[in-house]
Ligand binder design. Structure first.
Ligand SMILES: *Cc1c(COP(=O)(O)O)cnc(C)c1O
Length: 460
């Protein structure tokens, strides 16, 4: 059996001067390359099936066992089964609370990992897969630009893995005090560079390093959110929540607060594998390009994006939209240009999307606390408000699960101003304000970055 191969979402673009990538690559190559040579996103040539019987057999299983069964459907020829099981066990060693809000409506908290955002689920698995699949005698150097959650999740995930070095660039003046502490104090094989510039500058520096032929010998790899290695692990918690709360044969309504659509894509992959889903709700903040597309059939990216309080979802053109279009027969590129429209009616049969204003987000945090004593932060509140909006448009639906993607303690000012107290820090962050670390300061100058990478890695 050959195993599942991966193709580029841009493979059918027919345009003067554009060279589409028509090939198929292995999971390992897709994982290491991050994106296809034509800047498209890698997609599995088929999504494997989990039968009803197999699904029911998973009831009562632990999270890492579920992860093993589901990931193995994709990775059976890429990694040994026992090895995969041990990676899943190492990656998923924290709690996943599913709190009842009222009736059979729940919030699943994906905020108990080491950096208290759902990004830990994907980053921890991707890091271990890279560690397992990389060439043994070659060092791997990961370079990431971050505006917050991704950098710390990736840094913590790779910490201590041998043969891999991580360099994180962040804009010194654009991250919160707590985020800065989280980033600066990872240590070990993870180096943080505080850049005197904006997030865009950090992204540019990273891009230039990837394009620099002089650095080819350093074996640089990205770990950003379009990597297929980050999408696959994001299917698992949807199955977990379903199996914990459903009755046999029942369908669930699931709401995902969405920015670049990697999380919601995990749910869509899950549905295609066999997860019984009533509807996927993709709740966005005031960056409403996707719900507008579903209502009028025309896609228009938002540029620049709007700055909302659910800051990790301030996205004017979601990077994973290309994968959603692909799954429904369309093509859209990185710039937001649509080459072929997807089947919008099929999309609407499976997906409901709505835009939640900052005002509504704040009202939701207040109301949910006052009525049910459940503390949400801005991203999770967008998800919950998405559910309520769905009920309003379509009537109530019994089994509903909304995701909370970050811990409320990551947003102390916002929560305090609405609820009058600061949420307690999760265990993983209890000592964060006291941690010591000193980042390396870097001017916004590519030659300085290049020199730094060369001298650091030559001396290893
Ligand atoms: C990244 C992030 C999101 C958005 O997830 P996507 O996969 O980009 O849609 C939502 N909430 C939080 C807290 C995040 O860090």
């Amino acid at each position: 059996m050959g195993g599942i191969k991966y193709y580029s979402t841009n493979r059918n673009i027919n345009e003067a001067g554009f060279v589409p990538f028509k090939g198929l690559v292995s999971f390992k190559d897709a994982l290491m390359m991050g994106q296809a040579p034509d800047a498209g996103l890698f997609m599995p040539e088929r999504i494997p099936n989990l039968s009803k019987g197999e699904l029911e057999d998973l009831r009562g299983k632990r999270y890492f066992e579920l992860a093993h069964t589901i990931l193995e459907k994709f990775l059976y020829s890429d990694i040994d089964s026992d090895h995969l099981l041990s990676l899943c066990k190492q990656a998923y060693n924290f709690k996943i609370p599913i709190e009842r809000v009222h009736d059979r409506k729940y919030v699943m908290r994906l905020d108990q990992g080491p950096t208290a955002s759902f990004k830990d689920f994907a980053a921890r698995m991707m890091a271990r897969l890279m560690g397992a699949l990389k060439d043994e005698n070659k060092e791997l150097n990961i370079l990431v630009a971050t505006s917050g959650d991704t950098g710390s999740a990736v840094g913590e995930a790779f910490k201590g893995l041998s043969g891999i070095n991580v360099f994180i660039l962040y804009p010194e003046s654009e991250v919160s005090g707590r985020q800065k502490k989280q980033l600066d104090t990872i240590g070990d094989n993870v180096t943080t560079l505080a850049v005197d510039g904006k997030f865009d500058d950090c992204q540019n520096l990273v891009k230039m390093a990837f394009q620099d032929k002089d650095l080819t010998c350093l074996n640089l790899t990205s770990a950003n959110s379009i990597n297929i290695g980050r999408i696959l692990p994001q299917m698992i918690y949807f199955f977990y929540a379903y199996l914990e709360k459903s009755e046999e044969g029942e369908k669930a309504l699931i709401s995902v607060p969405s920015g670049n659509f990697g999380n919601s894509l995990g749910c869509e992959f899950g549905r295609r594998m066999g997860l019984p889903l009533h509807k996927l709700i993709m709740a966005v903040n005031e960056n409403d390009e996707f719900p507008r597309f579903l209502s009028n059939g025309q896609y228009q990216k938002l540029s620049p994006s709007k700055a909302c309080i659910s800051s990790a979802m301030n996205v004017g053109h979601p990077s994973n939209l290309a994968r959603f279009f692909e799954l429904y027969g369309g093509t859209v590129d990185k710039s937001g240009k649509v080459h072929k429209y997807p089947d919008i009616n099929k999309m609407k049969a499976n997906i409901y999307s709505t835009s939640i204003s900052d005002q509504k987000t704040r009202d939701t945090i207040k109301n949910v606390y006052e009525k049910y004593k459940i503390v949400l932060e801005p991203h999770g509140a967008v998800g919950w408000a998405g559910l309520e909006s769905y009920y309003c448009d379509n009537g109530d639906y019994p089994l509903s699960i909304s995701l909370e993607t970050a811990h409320p303690a990551k947003f102390p000012e916002e929560v305090n101003s609405l609820l009058g107290f600061e949420p307690e820090l999760p265990d993983s962050m209890k000592d964060v304000d006291r941690r010591q670390g000193c980042p390396i300061r870097l001017e916004n100058d590519y030659l300085k970055l290049k020199k730094f990478l060369e001298s650091t890695l030559e001396n290893k």
